[in-house]
Design a protein around this ligand. Sequence first.
Ligand SMILES: [Zn+2]
Length: 222
Amino acid sequence: MNCKNCHTEHTANFCPNCGQKTIDKHTFRSVFSGIMEVVELERGFFKTLWDILIRPSAFFEGYLSGKTKPYTNPIVFFIVLASFSTVLINLFIKADKSMEQYHIISMVIISDIILIAIGYTLSLSKKLRFTEYLIVMIYVVALTNVINYIIGIEGAHKGYLPDNIMFLINLIEKLYPPFILSIIFWKNNHIALRIFKIFLFVSASFYLQNAVNISYLFDSIS
Ligand SMILES: [Zn+2]
């Protein structure tokens, strides 16, 4: 068989050189298998989401070592989640550019910068290349931004969710990224030392992010 795209001779279902699917004629079957590829992509997205949430350590270790096939690329993952958040925001917030929203967005950006800075210091101990570190951060920030947007929605609609649920969301948003980063970067230690380091890092990060939030709170009162 001759590849219709790059003209490499081969006998496989996909061209070993360019990846073009071996198609003799366009049939109903080949068109429908195209649709199945989109479904596969979705499955990849949910698998990525699931694995980052449920088994982050194995996910990042695998992904960084090159097991990228079953997963959605970090930038695509980020864009899909960001679009999802934008839809959420447009559903709940009626295009009102209040000061409050400005504060929330600044808080989100500063929290992200703090995370990125702390995370990079950690990645030095693991001797990750900068691009590898970037991959980890794009996945983690993509997820926490969704949580941030949920809080942003609450900020615009006070009392929309019960206080105790908001407290829980806030807590998860603050604790999740440092937790993920510490289990990735401090894996090869003795278990007790590992738990201690994770605890140290998570509480330091929690403290720093809250310090930013509180200073903004005072800012908006005065
Ligand atoms: Zn080819």
